[in-house]
Design a protein around this ligand. Structure first.
Ligand code: PLP
Length: 423
C-alpha cells in the first residue's frame, strides 16, 4: 500500500489534504522544502503559517537541543518551568495589554477555547459575537463561533453566537462603500445585532484582524477600534485572534490588531510562535485571566521544549527585524500580483505577508473554486507551494516565512503568473 492509501485507511476523511497526489515533505532549509521523491519547492504558505522564520534555523534547533540534552522533554506543569515564566513575561510585555497574564496551550484551538471560557465566566453569559466568514478552531466552542460553513463541523456548540459583518469585504453587502462608510455601516450592524439578537449581556466579540482561513480578508484600518467603542458601552470583552496575524507578519504592526487603534482585553496566539513546535496561548488582562475559580491546567501547555524554541523564534524575529522584511516583501508581492492581467483574478488583497488572490469566473464575481485547484496544482508543478481558502474555496493564499527574500518573491510571482496564465 502507498502512504496515501495507508493514510486514507486509518485517518479521518475530513482531514483536508492538499493536491490530487498529496505531498510528503521530508526535509527543509530556509524557505524551501523537499518531498520524498527529492523534488524541491519554495514554500509560500510556510507550512500553514507555522514556519514564521523558515526551516532549519540553527538558533531554534540549538535551543531545543540544549533542552533535550538535559534529559527532560517535559515533566509537568505542576512544577516551575523557567522558560515558561520568561516567555510569559516577554509576551505580556509585547501584548501592550495592561497588567497582562499569559496561559500557554498547544494549539490555536485550545487558546481560543480558553479565551471563550474566560470571557463567558467573567461575564457570566454564554452569548458571543463573532464575525461572518471567521475561523477560530475545531473544538466544541471554537467550531461553534466559526462563521464559515466549510469549517462548521459541529452544530451542537455550547455557545450562543450572533454573527456580524465587517471581516470579508469583497462579497459583503457593504462592498461598494468607502472605508469610512463601510466602517459606519458595520458599526451600525454590530449595534443592531447586539440589540436585536442578544439579551445585551454578551460575553465577548472574537475576531481575526485579518481573516485567515476566510481568504486573507483585510478590513479597513480602525474598524475594530470603532467596534470596541460599541462593545465598551455594553461591557462586552474583545478577543483578538492573532493565531495567523501575530509576531510581525502583517508588517506594519507586531499584532494584526495594531492597525485598529485598540488594545483588546485578550489576544490568542499559536502557529508561527513555535516555528513548527506545538505552542499557543492566551494573553489577557489579569482581572479576566484570573476569573476562573476552579483549578485548570494544561499538561503540555508551556512545556520546556516548546517555550525554549518559541523564545529563540522571538529573538530571531527581533534580531533580524523580520517585521520590516514582512512589510517590504509583502508590498512587492502585492504589487507584483496586481500587475498580473487575468480575467480570473477578481481581487488581490493583503497586508504584509498575508496576501490573497480571489479567483472568479471571467466577466463577473462568481467564485471559481476549480480555478483555485488548478492554480494550486499549477504552482506545485512549477516548484511553488501556496495555500487555498475562502468561504467559496476560491482564494489562493500566500504567506511565506518572514525571512523571505526579494528573489524568492520574484520566483513565486513567475510561478503564479504561469499558473494563472494557464487557466
Ligand atoms: N484561529 C485562527 C485564526 C486560525 O487560523 C486557526 C487555524 O488555522 C486556529 C485559530 C486554530 O488553530 P489550531 O489549528 O492550532 O488549533
Amino acid at each position: 500500500m502507498t502512504l496515501i492509501e495507508r493514510h486514507r485507511a486509518v485517518l479521518p476523511n475530513w482531514l483536508a489534504l492538499y493536491y490530487a497526489d498529496p505531498l510528503e515533505i521530508v526535509s527543509g532549509h530556509g524557505r524551501r522544502v523537499t518531498d520524498s521523491t527529492g523534488k524541491s519547492y519554495l514554500d509560500f504558505f510556510a507550512g500553514i503559517l507555522t514556519n514564521a522564520i523558515g526551516y532549519d534555523v540553527a538558533e531554534v534547533s540549538d535551543a531545543v537541543r540544549k533542552q533535550l540534552d538535559s534529559g527532560i522533554l517535559h515533566t509537568s506543569t505542576l512544577y516551575l518551568i523557567r522558560s515558561q515564566v520568561e516567555l510569559a513575561e516577554r509576551i505580556a510585555a509585547l501584548s501592550g495589554i495592561p497588567d497582562a497574564k499569559v496561559f500557554f496551550t498547544n494549539s490555536g484551538t485550545e487558546a481560543n477555547e480558553t479565551a471563550l471560557m474566560l470571557a463567558t465566566q467573567h461575564r457570566r453569559s454564554n452569548q458571543v459575537l463573532a464575525m461572518r466568514n471567521s475561523y477560530h478552531g475545531r473544538a466544541f466552542a471554537t467550531v461553534g463561533v466559526t462563521g464559515n460553513r466549510g469549517w462548521s463541523a459541529s452544530a451542537l456548540s455550547p455557545v450562543r453566537v450572533s454573527y456580524v459583518h465587517g471581516g470579508y469585504r469583497y462579497r459583503g453587502p457593504f462592498a461598494a462603500l468607502s472605508d469610512a462608510d463601510y466602517t459606519a455601516a458595520c458599526v451600525e450592524d454590530l449595534r443592531e445585532v447586539i440589540q436585536t439578537t442578544t439579551s445585551g449581556d454578551v460575553a465577548c466579540l472574537i475576531a481575526e484582524p485579518i481573516q485567515g482561513v476566510g481568504g486573507f480578508c483585510v478590513p479597513p484600518d480602525g474598524l475594530y477600534g470603532a467596534f470596541a467603542e460599541v462593545l465598551a458601552e455594553y461591557g462586552i470583552l474583545f478577543i483578538s485572534d492573532e493565531v495567523q496575524t501575530g509576531w510581525g507578519r502583517t508588517g506594519e504592526h507586531f499584532w494584526g490588531i495594531g492597525a485598529h487603534g485598540v488594545t483588546p482585553d485578550m489576544m490568542t496566539f499559536a502557529k508561527g510562535l513555535g516555528n513548527g513546535l506545538a505552542i499557543g496561548g492566551v494573553v489577557a488582562r489579569a482581572e479576566v485571566m484570573d476569573s476562573l475559580t476552579a483549578n485548570s491546567i494544561s499538561t503540555f501547555g508551556g512545556n520546556p521544549v516548546a517555550t525554549v524554541g518559541a523564545t529563540a523564534v522571538l529573538d530571531y524575529i527581533a534580531d533580524h527585524d523580520l517585521q520590516a522584511n514582512a512589510a517590504e516583501r509583502g508590498a512587492a508581492l502585492l504589487a507584483g500580483l496586481r500587475a498580473i492581467d487575468s480575467p480570473w483574478i477578481g481581487d488581490v488583497r493583503g497586508k504584509g505577508l498575508m496576501v490573497g488572490i480571489e479567483l472568479v469566473k471571467p466577466g463577473g464575481k462568481e467564485p471559481a473554486p476549480e480555478a483555485a485547484v488548478a492554480v494550486l496544482e499549477g504552482t506545485r508543478a512549477r516548484g511553488l507551494l501556496v495555500g487555498k481558502g475562502g468561504l467559496h474555496n476560491n482564494v489562493i493564499r500566500l504567506a511565506p516565512p518572514m525571512t523571505v527574500t526579494a528573489d524568492e518573491v520574484d520566483e513565486a510571482l513567475d510561478a503564479l503568473a504561469g499558473a494563472v496564465g494557464s487557466l
